[in-house]
Every structure is written in C-alpha cells, then in structure tokens.
Design a protein around this ligand. Structure first.
Ligand SMILES: [Zn+2]
Length: 310
C-alpha cells in the first residue's frame, strides 16, 4: 500500500476496500446485526454501495454507524487521511492534511478528530499480566488553554500550559496515556490501577506517588533517574516509556505545535494507537491502517448471526 494505490484515488475502490476490511464474512447490517443476509440494491451513482437487509428490510452502506458516516468528503480521501495518520510516526497536522487532501482546513481538522475517535479503544484489556513488565511514568506536554472560539481552534499559537500525562507501557506491548489534572498518589494510583493488570511487574521512576499502588502489584521496582541509575540496563529500566515520551513530545511540539488541553486526550489516543501497533512489534503501515478501518464503527454495535435474528 502506498499513496498511488487506487483506493486513495477512486471512491468505488475505496468503498470496496472498506467493505472487504470491515466485512470479511459478508455485509453486516448495522440496524439488526445480521451478517451476510443482505441484497445489493446499488446502481445509480447516488445509490452505490447500498444494501438491503433481508432480515429487517432496512437499507445500509459500509459507512453507516462509522466515523465516516454522513460526510460529503469522498471516501477515498477519508482512506487517505486514515493512512496518513496511521503511518506518520509523529502525527500529521490538520494544515498538512488540508494541503494533501485538497479539502478546507476546517474539514481537515474535523476529519482528523473523527479518525482519532476510531483510534480510541473503547473497551481495552488491561496492560500486562503475570510475568510481564509494565512501565509507568509521567511527563508534561505543552497544552493550550481551552478556547471556545472555533476560529482559534488551530494547532499552534495561543497561550499554553504544561499538562500532566501519565503513560503506561507494557514491554513488547501496548501503551495507554491519560491526561491528569495533577500528579499525586491518588491520581497516579487511579490511572495505574485502571490501566494495568496487578499480576504484572510494575516499573516506575523513584517518585513516591507510585509507592502505595506499587505494593498491589506482583512486584514494584523503581529506577532513580537522578542517580544515573538508568544506565543499569537489563530488567530495571524505564526506557520503553521514555521512548514513548520522546515520540509524543516530538509530535506535540514538532507536528501540532502544542495541542489544546481540551483535545489532549484525543491526541494521546492517537499516539497510543500508533505506538501499540508499532513497526518494532512487526506491524506495518498497511496492517495498522486496516486495524483502524476495522475500528471506525462504534463498538456499541453487536453482531448477530442470521439464525438468531428473526
Ligand atoms: Zn438488518
């Protein structure tokens, strides 16, 4: 997959690709959940991609119930935006998307946020498990203050504060980041408890805020950065989470020129998504993009087999 792929040039090819990715076992009715019991009724231009469900008789297309629904932007541009956001390690700005896709800045900004919604895992499994190491660390990123004027919602410019972010990374696994109002034992403890399996080994810096929650884990070790102890590699290190922070900061500063605190959680979901499916784990750009396309539908949809639907 590269930028010359027909799915990025032609709307029909884009729709066929989305159908093949989202519906490997046949069309799924978003209204009643029946799989592969639909009749294609498309034909004329405006009806392309329309199916009628044989169970509930409702009509649908592959974008119903997804973040692409009811958009005037052609689906091939949505797929291109999805690919660019999945494959750019440090993210891609709305300005760059606007120029690359040939849509207005406002549309590009909106598309990027819709795609970030799909990057957000709605019901993620805890990080780590017995025998696994989970590293936790906190950092501060530049975040603009909330600004309610739509015209000022641009990336870049404006007053900004430092916003605290707690990130947990499972070694050789996924990352999850949470924006917290302050760095206390209470807030860090809550993030660590709700994100990581307590059967895992917890690795943190020397901050005393991790001490209490650390006792609940299979083991807890801390690395004292100030003492130059982090050079003692092997098991006791927090290089994985520090690597995550370096990518996050290069993205927030270099690509987005500081983000609005109001939207920080969405940007964190974006960096978590790419990092959790990083090339170092053997995931390529195409696989990462397809994973995102499988997640464009709200997870609220539950699919049923035809025989149970009547
Ligand atoms: Zn149906």
């Amino acid at each position: 997959m590269d930028l010359t792929n027909p799915i990025f040039q032609h709307e029909d090819k884009a729709r066929e690709h989305l159908e093949a990715t989202r519906w490997p076992h046949g069309p799924i009715c978003p209204h009643c959940g029946v799989v592969d019991e639909a009749t294609y009724v498309g034909g004329k231009a405006a009806r392309k991609g329309v199916y009628q469900c044989n169970a509930c008789r409702d009509q649908f297309s592959v974008t119903v119930g997804t973040v692409f629904e009811s958009s005037k932007v052609p689906l091939n541009k949505w797929l291109l935006a999805t690919y660019l956001m999945s494959s750019s390690k440090k993210g891609i700005s709305a300005h760059q998307l606007h120029r690359t896709l040939g849509v207005t800045y406002k549309t590009a900004w909106f598309m990027a946020h819709r795609i970030r919604e799909a990057m957000n895992p709605t019901d993620p499994a805890p990080l780590g498990c017995k025998g696994k190491v989970v590293e936790a660390d906190e950092t501060y990123v530049g975040a603009k203050e909330h600004n309610k004027h739509a015209s000022k919602r641009k990336e870049g410019g404006g007053p900004w504060n430092k916003a605290a972010v707690v990130t947990l990374v499972e070694r050789q696994g996924r990352a999850r980041s949470v924006h917290v109002a302050n760095v206390t034992s209470k807030t860090l403890g809550r993030v660590v408890r709700t994100t990581a399996s307590r059967a895992s080994h917890l690795m943190t810096d020397g901050a005393k805020q991790y001490r209490d929650v650390g006792r609940e884990f299979a083991s807890h070790a801390s690395v004292d950065h100030t003492a130059g102890e982090y050079v003692r590699l092997g098991f006791h290190h927090s290089n994985t989470v520090e690597n995550y922070f370096s990518i996050l900061k290069r993205g927030v500063i270099g690509t987005f020129h500081h983000v609005s605190e109001q939207y920080l959680a969405r940007y964190l979901a974006e960096f978590d998504f790419r990092y959790s499916l990083r090339s170092g784990l053997g995931v390529d750009d195409e696989q990462r993009t397809d994973e995102l396309l499988r997640n464009v539908a709200g997870k609220r949809l539950t699919y049923r087999r035809a025989d149970k639907a009547a």
